[in-house]
Ligand binder design. Sequence first.
Ligand code: C5P
Length: 387
Amino acid sequence: MPRTWQKLRYSSQCESASIPRTSRRVRTTWQMSGAKPSPREEARTAQEAAAQLASMWDLQLASPSKVNLFLRVLGKRPDGYHDIASLFQAVSLHDDMYFAVLPPEATADELECTEPGVPSDDSNLVIKAFKAFRKRTGIEMYFRVHLDKRIPAEAGLGGGSGNAATALWAANELSGKSLTSKDLADIGAEFGSDVSFFFSMGTAYCTGRGEILKLLDRLLPQTLWLVKPTEGLSTAEVFKKLDLSQTSDADPEVLLKQIQTKIFVCCDYVNDLEKPSFELVPRLAVIKTALEDAGFNKVAMSGSGTTFFCMGEPDREMFGDNFALIFSANYDVQVMRGMFVWRRHPNYWYLQTPPLDELSEYRDERLVNKGLSGESPEPFLVNRQQP
Ligand code: C5P
């Protein structure tokens, strides 16, 4: 089923609910007659469906993924978490999120997701995000969310954390923008170590349990191949398996400097969580070696896995133009493409396009460190206290 029709099916389910908006299910002559549509008819229908979907919601946002370009684990803390030092980078592979403000009489948020098995109750980070937002601001607003999933789960790509961050951003936008990015990052840290990162501009050096951000200038643009084995891993499980006597001794500050100054193919992509992940899923080591043999310059696991990001291109003699097809058939993996992304302006979320006049005010990209809604030029530190 084409993606737009998947969306349309879900949006039509929303019609019966309480959003005071009208929507009309788009049906064209060819659909009613059952005749095969021409490409032009299909394209028009897809456009109409997308426009219809957009008109039903108050805000549509992309919820990006992330990779950890390196991840050092420095030690275990008394609270059970681990201190890490990691370079996080936002990636273009994203989920689509649609938000609508529910009428004043609503008493609960509503979440629907295209991915079966994603919980839509209080255990979902998106619902946790809205609750935390209300608690912090005292604003009694409830939201409906449609989540169109593309980022795989248990992948080390921060999909759920990105959804929570995007929900916090949306709640703030739809309720009058009372909070700063730093406030939102603080709230996010209460329910997930990776949530705060998304309130950077897209590149951040993260320490503590991941929630203390040092905002960095943009790295060089880079495309990636993302390879997600069918097996997933829970972050808690991987940290539990980690043997701290077996971690790398690379200095994270040196790793950081290297990535900021050298070309990517010459850098070391150390990830201390690879070893425990490979112990939990031995096939991961086989897949990593196969990716290195496929001709990529660098292959490393992101976060607690199980996704590998690969830099460079697969060997053309081996794969021609069919790397994704051949490799996924041979290794039972999902192959995706992505590129580094950044927020283009502190007032806008990832992949949102600010008007030109706002962009020109903001043309020096090195100003990103000053860019959190005019806040302090210092790198911001998220509240370290546990909830
Ligand atoms: O914060 P988050 O919910 O993503 O963490 C999931 C689990 O991963 C935690 O409960 C903890 O067991 C482990 N973790 C850790 N150290 C970190 C981040 C996560 O031990 N820095």
